[in-house]
Each structure stands twice: as C-alpha cells, then as structure tokens.
Design a protein around this ligand. Sequence first.
Ligand code: PLP
Length: 454
Amino acid sequence: ARSTREWQAADAAHFLHPFTDHGALAKKGARIVTRAENIYIWDSEGHKILDAMSGLWCVNTGYGQQSLVDAAARQMQELPFYNAFFQTSTPPAIELAELLAQVSPPQFKHVFFTSSGSEGNDTVVRMVRRYWDLQGQPERHVIIGRRNGYHGSTMAGASLGGMSGMHAQGGLPIPGIVHIEQPHWYLHGRPAGQSRDEFGITAARWLEEAILAVGPSKVAAFIGEPVQGAGGVIVPPSTYWPEIQRICDKYGILLVSDEVICGFGRTGQWFGGETMGTRPDLMTFAKGVTSGYVPLGGVLVGERVANALIEAGTDFEHGFTYSGHPVACAVALANIRLIQRLNLVEHVRQDVGPYLAERFAELSAHPLVGETQTCGLMGAVQLVKDKASGAPFASELSVGMVCRGHCFGNGLIMRAVGDRMIIAPPLVISRGQIDELMQLIKRCLDLTLDDLRQ
Ligand code: PLP
C-alpha cells in the first residue's frame, strides 16, 4: 500500500477536486479517507472521525450496509446496464418508480431518473418550460430561485442556485432565471418589531414582489430547498412555506421542492416539503435515495405536469444514458427498504431529531454562539463576535474555517459556511452518539475561542 504522502503527491499531481483551492490543498495535502463504518470514517493514518456531514449530506443509512452492497452485486451480475430509450425498461427501474410513488405525497405517481441532483434540476428547467409550452403559454419561462440557494453545478443548476461566487464564473445565470432573498431572520438582523413568524410572511412576500416585477404571465415556477443546506442550514420560520404555497397557487405557478438534501428522512418526514407544509408540483432528489452508495437522482413529477407530458403526443426531448440505471435503481430499492425496515423516518422525527434540537439549544450559552437551529437531523451554529447584537466577526479572521480546522484535528467532520457551522449526520445516529458529537462540538468551540483570545 502507498504511504499517506505518496497518496497526497499523486492526488496533487492528477486530481482536480470540486470547489477547491488547489494551491492551498497542495500545501496541506488531502486527507485520504480509506474506510468507513456506521457514522465513522477512517483516514490513511488510522484516525477515526465522526462524520457529522454524512459524506456530503447523503449517507442517510450510514456506512457499511451489506444489503446495499448485495443489491449492487446481484444486479451487476444479472443485468449491469440497459437503457430506457428504446421503449425498453428494466425491473429495478420499474420497481423503484413504484416504491417512490408509495413513499412520496399522493400527487406523485411518476418519476424521471437522472444520475445526480444537478441533472435533476436541469431536467426541471426543461420540464417546466415544456409544460408551459404545452399549455399554450410559451412566454411563461421565468423561474424564480433564491439567493444562496444551491441546486447543483451544471449550467442550469448553478443558475437556479443563488451562489454569487458560482455566477461570477462562467457568466451565469442563464437567461430567464431570477432570485429573491433567503428567509433568514437572524442574518437579516432580526428586524426590529418583527417576530420570526412575521418575518416568515415578509420573506415569502418577496416572491410575490418578484412575480409582479417579472409579470405573472411570464413566471413558470419557483424553486427552493425546504431547508437551505449548502447555504448554511437556514431553517425558515414555520409561516414561510405555507405563504409561498399560497402565492404559487394564487398565480398558478409551479412549486418545485429541491429535496436533494431534505428527502429520504432528513427532516423527520420522507420529504422536506411534508415537514414544511407544501404541496409541490415537482420534487428533485438524489443523495439519500441511495445513501450515496452509487449515483442516482431524479425528479418526482406531480400529476399536473406528468399528465401534460404523457398526453402531449410528442417526445419530451430530454434524457440521459443512465436514466433508470438498473444497478443504481437496485441500490436505491435496497436503501429505501432499509429506511423502512429500520423505521429511520420515525427515528428522526420522534427520537434523535428532538434530542438533537434539545442538545443544540444548550450551545446557545457558549460565548461564540449567536444562534442555533435544527430541523430533523440538520443543525447550524452561528458564530458571532457579539452575542447581544449578533455582530459578525471580520471575515478575514475566517472563524468558521478555524473552527473547522479544530474539528478535523479532533475527530469530527463539521462544515463551515462562513461562520456558520453545520451538521447533517447519518440518520442511524443514536442518542449516545449525539452525546459524543456534542462533546466534540463543545471542545472545538472552546478551542476556537482560545485562539481568538490569543
Ligand atoms: N440540490 C441540492 C439542495 C444540493 O444540496 C445539491 C448538492 O449538494 C444538489 C442539488 C446537486 O446535487 P449533485 O451534487 O448530486 O449534482
């Protein structure tokens, strides 16, 4: 076997990583992850690390699930690949489509498969525009997303998303996509005289303002993550999504719920829209559908759009070689059945979700912490310079990165979005493991505070 240094040298010589400053990476050397079990990963130096990010928000059933491995091996032997283009289909794709219809809200009877969340959201752009063309309203092509939303890295995915850094590279967004502000009470300075719930209504009305500015007859759809993930685990006030739903209904525009992170139990329901009280027309998914063991994504298509596509009388000219890949679908089937067998959705809703909320609330007492938020098994800790006013640290201090460094050094993977520390651990986590996680987080916050005091 190669040494860690040899792996790092070869990595730096040949592997261009996503979202990475390669100068900085080459100086430090990549951490080489070699194996994993349950909620833990190990690196090439033998360090055991609690993976509080589920890989990249995806390993919902945890590492080392043999039934997923067996499903992949069996399917590879029997039929490793066949496509769905030639009026052909395969048993795993059919069975998965059927099972997805069972676990999702009643309006969803159909699914379009992709290999990733980004491809799912690209599919959404073409699908909603196709839908309105079929309705005889081809001028209805504008899609509204949100600042700091994340919908993937393809041209359309990054355009729907509202990450300014991504837009700056490559001339995005593509035409016909506009953005509104995100519903974050704390970062909006806890507006004077407004409760969280009142702010939720204000934030939702920004959608109505955008619809009126564009012209209601031109707006095709609104897309959002039930809880913004990559933007920093922004849990909206409970009034926000019902008001968004009301506005979408008022103007007849399609509501798209990006369930790539929130789907498959993360929020304590099968889909985040159920937790937030929406009735989406389309839901994109990926990640947790296979617990990340193999790539799979897609769009759950509600009856309104599905019926239009089915009755169109012509092709929807869109699709991927791997749409309905039999091995990916077989793994997804095994994964969803495992979620059902282990009652993981209830485990999050009734047990570890409320427990995480209770333990996270304790962190508010820490001198660095401005606010904490959780939703199911997602959590955020906002680090601030001044607890009373919520004033942030100077960005040059990179306090979030300092804290992340302490996490890495102390056996914990936690992500930093600016100075907001976020987690999304595997759904199989136990209360005892949450206690272990909390001890690690507290230690890393203390070490960060020590650094700031020096
Ligand atoms: N949508 C959301 C909400 C995501 O968090 C992500 C990835 O993190 C994506 C879409 C893109 O998915 P993928 O990376 O599989 O293309």
